[in-house]
Design a protein around this ligand. Sequence first.
Ligand code: ZN
Ligand code: ZN
Length: 307
Amino acid sequence: METERAPEDVFGLLSDEIRLDILRTVALAQQEAQKTGIATLSFSEIYDRVDVDNTSKLSYHLGELTGTFLRKQEGDYAFTHAGEQLVRFLLAENYRSPESFGTIETRGYCLYCGESALEATLHEQYFFVRCTDCNRPAFSYRVRPAQARARTDSELIESVIWEQAGDFVKMRQDVCPDCAGDLDTGVIDAEHVAVPDSVPVSFATRSECQQCLRFMSVPLTHAAAYHPESVAFHWEHGVDIMGTGMWELHQYLLDGTWTAERTAKDPVEYRVELRRDETSLRLYLDDAAGVKRTERVQRRTQRERRS
Ligand SMILES: [Zn+2]
Ligand SMILES: [Zn+2]
């Protein structure tokens, strides 16, 4: 059954303790069932578990939730996508503020001054990496309360790294990490963004979700680095791209290991070169940051160059 409710009515449905209790009850039933299928609860099963005065009252509340947060399946009740998403949000208490985690020293280099003096703090609810030498920001990413809770400093950094890696893998395929809607991705000239000349970024991607308005932007080199060919290439050379923080990858821009350039204008083509030991991986991208082809090139050694 498709809900015809307006957004304000959808949220209005939730300002009731019994209804939230019903949603938690279905989540617990799903967990207890320990099965991969969809947990469904009958009216009487819900009545047994939820603190409600009488069956007509429960019937009323179930009727209100059904169509938006619950759906009927062969007479029993199961979550809709919205119901499941909402109950997980409630159980994780992600409506609270993340707990502060003090200051954590972290690896990586500042793109502005090149110093390896980064530290992470919780700033305005974000995981915020800052250079202690020039005081400029190096990276920031959202931290959800459930993520910051009960984790050590190093575990928290790991969780941020895997969160962003998961997001970038989806972003590469134009799938919004938040709503799974269509991302509109393009490549922008770093000259046109407010980046100082000293920062070694020539091109960046710009992805925007047409539905939920999520926005993401990364250096073109970094976006290309998440391509499977690059992940494999780096893995073979001892670098785990997926398990490395974006702020740690900046060192490859600073030391010239990673470069990006525009190689053609009509149609537009970009070439990202990722060097490792004596080998280079070249990725050719179009104006939507899609990788069209890749090639591995053996670089000449110093000795060969001299001879
Ligand atoms: Zn700095
Ligand atoms: Zn979205």
